[in-house]
Write a protein of this length. Structure first.
Length: 138
């Protein structure tokens, strides 16, 4: 269950390419390396791992992403699917590949998933004045 070799070790610095990195000062590179939180890096790696373990290839193409999203819709919430659709193009762009996985067909697949699953989030009940008084009393 190891990551493919082409996953970034530090997506913050690899996202701008080696030539640009060489032109940056040590101080600028240090800030670049800290531009995204460790938690974000962990989530990106986990999502890319889900994609590659599903059988996806990096770099990828729109049809493969549409198939991946459609299959993941069986068990994942639409918000998770949207996150996958944000991470994959960013990885592609960071590695110099076409990041055009968000095609009209992909948008329609997501729309169909949303309509099929009725993904309207449940709203929380309103906070009533009596409840507010009760929780703020000493």
């Amino acid at each position: 269950m190891s990551l493919p070799r082409n996953l970034p070790s530090n997506p913050n610095t690899e996202a701008i390419g080696p030539t640009t990195q060489e032109l940056l000062s040590d101080e600028a590179r240090a800030y670049l390396a800290k531009s995204v939180s460790e938690n974000t890096i962990r989530v990106v790696r986990a999502d890319l791992r889900v994609f590659t373990q599903w059988g996806g290839t990096l770099p990828t193409h729109p049809e493969e992403v549409a198939n991946f999203i459609a299959e993941q819709a069986r068990a994942k919430k639409p918000a998770t699917l949207q996150r996958y659709l944000l991470i994959l193009p960013k990885w592609l762009a960071a590695h110099g590949h076409s990041s055009s996985v968000r095609t009209e067909a992909m948008r329609r697949v997501m729309a169909g998933i949303g309509r099929q699953l009725d993904s309207t989030p449940d709203s929380a009940p309103p906070l009533l004045l009596e409840d507010l008084k009760r929780v703020t009393e000493p």
